[in-house]
Design a protein around this ligand. Structure first.
Ligand code: ATP
Length: 434
């Protein structure tokens, strides 16, 4: 734990209880004996975590982890269970991804540490935010932003294809997230409808960075084959190595096809047949798909990686023209004359947000010293968790998490009763594609 003066230390007597120390605590000699100052919410919580029987019991049985109150399960993955939780001080909802360390072999441990390091460097309105990481002897906990609107796979399977406008709004947000990730050399490698989550306000959050990797150069070839076969690019089945960005681009093409038609472009009863379909780039676009969207899908789903649309080409395509991003999502290119203006606007906004967060932290009982001693970039500090939750809340209040809108008069086609894709949820695997 960094920062010597604010610590969360596990005491020997109570395995799950905490003692928090803060050098700014009042010296007992200076305290007026008859009127002790009221406890701040932080002091009350940390005292309860050491002394209150119920709180200690909750910590022991797992109804509380660190500063979080744990509620029911909201999902499960290959190595994890995801639970709904609340921050005991801020009351914000979070998703708590719980990993049983004893079940992780060395490969799973490597993937997990990549998942954490990728998420630590990502901060984008369309990427699930990592608030905090907690570790116990047998468990690891990732505290994530909660996306309570379900996932895209579920939505498509139960409600059928999306309307054209919903497709544009959803796809544009995924694209924005991928552009951002690729700009900082993070490759997702497991893009699929199951990993695209909705918030309750309809904002998209790309999730599950379990197969992600950060490359030093975007042209570095990768050779670990992972992902979900129906979303896998031809080179993953065919070649010995691949370029990460092109593989994410292909998966976006599959996702777009799925959103627009309600069916998957590559389907087969056996893995061998699926492999052939993908390698031969054999898919049929229904003729009713609007021309600009057809052109986009055909530009993405190209057999040769070098022929595929780049992310910027996708962003500039006719079909996405009416989509208006909130300015925070896609900042203009550095050469843009608007850049100077937006930079100062952004700086002012950031300062305002930072001030609001510091005020809220103070109300909870965090002193300037706590913040000085706990780098808010260290995910393993509980101070970081509170800081990131409050920061995100303040950003959301200013519309940073708002979905894009469609400009002007745009036709909203009547939803056709096309057969929904009834396939199983896609399981992602390592080394199953070649
Ligand atoms: P997989 O085996 O599919 O790769 P995983 O072990 O990586 O899964 P996740 O995909 O991260 O686990 O999460 C499993 C499920 O938990 C998701 O399908 C989703 O339903 C739910 N979930 C995960 N993260 C969140 C979140 N931030 N907000 C709400 N629900 C979530």
């Amino acid at each position: 734990m960094h920062g010597g003066q604010y610590q969360v230390a596990v005491t020997k007597q109570h395995h799950h209880s905490y003692s928090l120390t803060d050098s700014s605590e009042v010296d007992p000699d200076d305290e007026k004996a008859d009127s002790p100052p009221p406890l701040t919410p932080l002091q009350k919580l940390t005292t309860d975590m050491c002394k209150d029987e119920k709180t200690i019991k909750d910590l022991i049985i797992g109804r509380r982890v660190g500063f979080y109150k744990v509620r029911g399960e909201i999902g499960c993955g290959t190595f994890s269970r995801v639970k709904l939780a609340f921050h005991a001080l801020t009351k914000d909802k979070v998703a708590l991804k719980v990993l049983d360390k004893t079940r992780l072999d060395s490969q799973a441990q490597r993937l997990l540490s990549k998942e954490i390091s990728s998420m630590e460097c990502l901060q984008h309105p369309n990427v699930v935010c990592l608030y905090e990481v907690m570790e116990k002897p047998s468990r690891l906990y990732l505290v994530l932003e909660y996306a309570g609107g379900g996932d895209l796979h579920n939505r498509l399977s139960t409600q059928g294809k999306l309307s054209e406008n919903a497709c544009k709004i959803t796809f544009a947000q995924i694209l924005s997230a991928i552009k951002y990730m690729h700009n900082i050399n993070v490759i997702h490698r497991d893009l699929k409808a199951e990993n695209v989550l909705f918030t309750s306000s309809g904002c998209i959050k790309v999730a599950d960075f379990g197969f992600s990797t950060q490359v030093s150069n975007r042209n570095d070839a990768l050779d670990t084959f992972c992902g979900s076969p129906p979303y896998a690019a031809p080179e993953l089945f065919r070649d010995e190595c691949y370029l990460g960005a092109s593989v994410d681009v292909w998966a976006m093409g599959v996702l777009l096809f799925f959103m627009v038609t309600g069916t998957m472009p590559f389907r087969a009863e056996t893995m061998g047949k699926l492999r052939r379909c993908v390698i031969e780039c054999e898919y049929t676009l229904p003729p009713w798909v609007p021309g600009p969207c057809q052109r986009l899908i055909r530009g993405i789903l190209k057999e040769a990686p070098a022929d595929r649309y780049a992310v910027d080409q996708m962003l500039g395509c006719d079909w996405l023209l009416p989509v208006q991003f909130p300015w925070t999502l896609v900042p203009p290119e550095p050469a843009s004359p608007l850049q100077g203006l937006l930079d100062s606007e952004r700086r002012d906004l950031e300062e305002e947000v930072e001030e609001e967060v510091r005020g809220l932290l103070e109300e909870l009982g965090f002193t300037a010293e706590h913040l000085q001693n706990n780098q808010t970039k260290n995910s393993r500090s509980p101070v970081t968790g509170v800081y990131r939750i409050l920061l995100h809340r303040a950003q959301k209040k200013r519309g940073c998490d708002s979905p894009p809108v469609i400009r002007g008069m745009v036709r909203d086609p009547k939803r056709e009763g096309l057969r929904a894709y009834k396939g199983l949820r896609h399981t992602s695997k390592l080394c199953v594609l070649s």
